[in-house]
Design a protein around this ligand. Structure first.
Ligand SMILES: Nc1nc2c(c(=O)[nH]1)N[C@@H](CN(C=O)c1ccc(C(=O)N[C@@H](CCC(=O)O)C(=O)O)cc1)CN2
Ligand SMILES: [Mg+2]
Length: 287
């Protein structure tokens, strides 16, 4: 069966709209998210447009700062410093990837951790690792856990989660989140020996490698829950393009107990969890 990320994201947004209402009436706070986009990458433009639209739909304040591709690192750092001290801004998100001449790590480190709704700042990853309260947790990993629970129920205890991929943005944080759910966690990657066999041990298989349709049916234990984080645009023989995940959906679907489609799986949850983090930031740190 398919796990419907669009539906799950819509349900989360309904809940968030109520929380925004409560924050306004009880504390006079309207959560505000500012998204910064540097350059004209077409995919980034679509994601930013969707973020702005959905932020407004749940009743939050949304600001968008669009900067030219040639914007200097210094200019971007100055803008972030201003947003850091603006009390109407509870969440700051710099859309990635950034142009090559800008150092992403430096940019992420400059965002005030309390406003880092991407959860990429070292302070937030440290808090997540230590299990401390107040951590803003990366959005895509949160979405993966929510979708796994949609199918398996809230108790993931004892399940073997195999994560393919070890990025700071998805692989590492999603591993920590499944560990917090009392799963047994394996992080697999390009150097893992006999990767298909390792994946076949998974009750929950998370594919976050960025390789189109890499995971095949014989990599998956019958009945496993498969969470596909990949978003790859591939060219077809007729010259048209198509969006596919890291999992070969048609091959794996008959074997898996449940699987997230691409599009319509983890992607929509990434944006819904961004709104969730902004509400969270306003609740904990808002004035
Ligand atoms: N600062 C950040 N930059 C990037 C992040 C991020 O979390 N923070 N993640 C990705 C892009 N991204 C959000 O920014 C994102 C990607 C995809 C989707 C999504 O809903 N995808 C749809 C398909 C859309 C399409 O047709 O292209 C789906 O999967 O159904 C949402 C958000 C990199 N940058
Ligand atoms: Mg994110």
């Amino acid at each position: 069966m398919n796990i419907d990320g669009k539906q799950a994201a819509a349900e989360l947004r309904v809940r968030l709209a109520k929380e925004v209402d409560a924050l306004q009436s009880e504390r006079g706070i309207t959560p505000g998210l500012t998204v910064v986009l540097v350059g004209e990458d077409p995919a980034s433009q679509v994601y930013v447009r969707n973020k702005v639209k959905q932020t407004r739909e749940v009743g939050m304040i949304s600001n968008e700062i669009r900067l030219d591709e040639s914007t200097t690192e210094e200019a971007l750092l100055t803008i972030l410093a201003e947003l850091n001290i603006d009390d109407t801004v509870h969440g700051i998100l710099v859309q990635l990837p950034l142009p090559k001449h800008i150092n992403e790590e430096k940019i992420i480190a400059t965002i005030k951790p309390e406003k880092d709704v991407d959860g990429f700042h070292a302070m937030n990853s440290g808090r997540l690792l230590n299990g401390e309260k107040g951590a803003l947790v990366p959005c895509t990993p949160q979405g993966c856990v929510i979708l796994a629970k949609h199918h398996l129920g809230d108790d993931l205890s004892g399940k073997h989660a195999v994560i393919i991929g070890r990025s700071n943005i998805v692989g590492k944080p999603v591993s920590i989140l499944f560990l917090q759910e009392n799963c047994t966690v394996t992080i697999a990657h390009s150097r893992t020996q006999d990767l298909p066999n390792m994946c076949r041990q998974a009750d929950i298989l998370v594919a976050a490698v960025g390789r189109p349709e890499m995971v095949k049916a014989d990599w998956v234990k019958p009945g496993a829950t498969v969470i596909d984080v990949g978003i790859n645009r591939i060219e077809l023989s007729d010259g048209k393009t198509k969006l596919v995940g890291d999992v070969d959906f048609n091959d794996v679907s008959p074997v898996a107990g449940a699987i997230t489609p691409v599009p319509g799986g983890v992607g929509p949850m990434t944006i819904a969890c961004l709104l969730k983090n902004t509400v969270e930031a306003a609740k904990i740190y808002g004035k």
